[in-house]
Design a protein around this ligand. Structure first.
Ligand code: IMP
Ligand code: MG
Length: 195
């Protein structure tokens, strides 16, 4: 008990060992409820306006998809990509733009959508990047927020959950590109903790 419910197609034997190191932090039901609340809030805040949802690849994709379906406004999608942690758990400190948005953002209401706010380096960089496009407004939505890890003076406008300083995976978040397809957000214990 306590492990996440993986989709059946994912039940490959090799991952049994890895699954034992996962602890559910947020269930899919808790996430769905929160995402619906955030969607309603955005719908209210931008009543009568059009918005552009910009997802930060790849971690924000699932959150973006679920959040978008809870927003009852005229909306379009775009995506942006930055260099990531690579295969380590620590932020390198350097953020590089790997893919820019496809459309002009001038005069648009942007909601930048990220999986997690950690040190704040990524979103601070992207905020500056997008302000250069002269949008009408720019808000930040993050499913998770590790407030205690912040090194930059940045906050999310639409935040799902504040979480402790643990490395988490699932619902789009990865470790070395894996676990994004878990429906729950889980804590990935390090080798030392689990042995
Ligand atoms: P920041 O630039 O330090 O705020 O980090 C943001 C990025 O780091 C997120 O987009 C994630 O890709 C990654 N990240 C931070 N914490 C975690 C975690 O606990 N699990 C998976 N990825 C994380
Ligand atoms: Mg990410």
């Amino acid at each position: 008990m306590g492990g996440p419910n993986l989709p059946l197609a994912n039940g490959i034997r090799q991952s049994r060992i890895l699954l034992d190191r996962l602890k559910v932090l947020l269930t899919r039901e808790q996430i769905a409820k929160k995402v619906a609340e955030l969607g309603s809030q955005i719908t209210r805040d931008f009543e009568g306006e059009s918005i552009v949802l910009i997802g930060v690849l790849k971690g924000a994709t699932i959150f973006l998809a679920d959040l978008a379906s809870e927003i009852k406004l005229d909306a379009t999608f775009d995506f942006i990509a930055v260099s990531s942690y690579g295969n380590s758990r620590e932020q390198s400190g350097e953020v590089k733009l790997m893919k820019d948005v496809d459309q002009s953002m001038e005069g648009k209401n942007i909601i930048l959508i990220e999986d997690i706010l950690d040190t704040g380096l990524t979103l601070t960089y992207l905020q500056h990047q997008l302000v250069g496009h002269k949008p009408k407004s720019l808000k930040i939505a993050a499913l998770l927020d590790k407030v205690s890890r912040r090194t930059q003076p940045i906050h999310g406008d639409y935040v799902g959950f504040e979480i402790p300083d643990e490395f988490v995976v699932g619902y789009g978040l990865d470790f070395a590109e894996r676990y994004r397809n878990l429906a729950d957000v889980c804590i990935l214990e390090s080798d030392e903790e689990s042995s």
